[in-house]
Write a protein of this length. Structure first.
Length: 359
């Protein structure tokens, strides 16, 4: 056997291994909600659904922070815009019940417009100044949603909007269990597959953007905006596109969140949520799509897992010495500090970012 044939065999073996790996991954994702339901309970299937929503949010913020290097502390505002766009047009609030196939794209488009609205006056800002402006934008949106119940009741104020339509098509709805070929499928399982498809779509778009001409322009602006401008990149339009594209993913996930919860209020979109989404991007690895996905899943599941600290204290020590909520946030914060000390580039950084931190 000559060297060429051996190389072809090695290539074929690698490709076969990759195909087998992808097949196992697909099978695992299909079985995951049912296995988790059987082992840990249905509440953890709901946590997985929320993790998929936060994955989409983190990938949207990754475009702004990870690719373009623009620090955004008000990203949850776009999540709120998408959620309220869906809720107002699919609830008894105005008696309008548009189909979700219209509402989800409309919510994403409205969020993209708000993203451009935020980006336009902040084009010359960088670093701390941009962070303060975006933080203020997020708080403005939350306060508006909290107060737009008078003199005309638009958002129902702090009471929020209830009885939001689930994802449905005709008589078929994901708001309750249904049967397929005699097999009962719970609502949280059905939403899992919808969220999974949307998350995979967002991942595919993010990967394509990263390798595109626009993605390389974002990275050039992140590394040196002045040099990027000197090379002929229209930094104004490219930064506006980053804000709009990131907001689009936020609006899409917001619409899905409203349909999933059936109720939203301004308290669902606080500054803490923006910080949590930013932590997902930073912890996973800024600018690296697989790392951001890992960060979103970990930071959604870890706080929920730490809720068991209370019962464990009672079982091992006879009483609860530290409130589970306080201990949960303490351990969570400690984990973040240790990660920043020992893995500053993130748990799964890109090769470029890893090389930068190693020099």
């Amino acid at each position: 056997m000559n060297a060429h044939s051996a190389a072809q065999m090695r290539t074929a073996t690698k490709q076969s291994g990759k195909r087998a790996g992808y097949a196992l991954l697909v099978l695992g994702l299909i079985v995951l909600p049912f296995a988790v339901d059987a082992l840990l309970g249905r509440a953890w299937v709901r946590i997985i659904d929320v993790a998929l929503l936060f994955t989409m949010l983190a990938l949207g913020l990754n475009i702004v922070v990870g690719y373009a290097g623009l620090l955004d502390l008000g990203y949850v505002a776009f999540f709120a815009v998408g959620a309220y766009a869906y809720a107002l047009l699919a609830s008894p609030q105005f008696g309008i019940h548009f189909p979700f196939l219209i509402l989800l794209p409309c919510g994403a488009l409205i969020a993209a417009c708000f993203g451009a609205l935020l980006g336009a006056p902040t084009l010359k800002l960088r670093g701390d100044y941009l962070a303060i402006v975006t933080l203020g934008f997020g708080e403005i949106i939350r306060i508006l949603l909290n107060n737009l119940n008078r003199p005309f009741n638009l958002t129902n104020g702090p009471q929020g909007i209830t009885l939001i339509d689930p994802l449905q098509a005709g008589a078929f709805t994901l708001g309750k269990s249904f049967s397929i070929a005699g097999i009962s499928v719970a609502s949280v399982h059905a939403y899992y597959f919808v969220f999974l498809l949307c998350a995979l779509l967002v991942i595919a778009v993010s990967l394509r953007l990263e390798d595109s001409r626009i993605g390389r322009a974002w990275i050039a602006i992140r590394e040196d905006e002045l040099a990027a401008k000197a090379m002929g990149i229209n930094t104004r339009n490219i930064k506006l596109l980053a804000f709009a594209m990131g907001a689009t993913f936020g609006g899409l996930s917001g619409g899905l969140f409203a349909a999933f919860q059936g109720f939203i209020s301004p308290e669902s979109f606080t500054l803490l949520d923006s910080i949590m989404i930013l932590c997902m991007v930073v912890v996973g690895g800024m600018g690296h799509v697989p790392g951001v996905v890992l960060g979103a899943v970990l930071l959604t599941a870890l706080p929920e897992a730490l809720r068991y600290a209370g019962p464990l204290q009672e079982q091992w020590l006879g009483r609860v010495y530290i409130d589970p909520a306080d201990l949960r946030m303490l351990l969570f914060g400690l984990a973040l500090v240790l990660m920043m000390l020992f893995r500053p580039a993130g748990l799964w950084p890109s090769k470029i970012r890893k090389r930068e931190w190693s020099t």
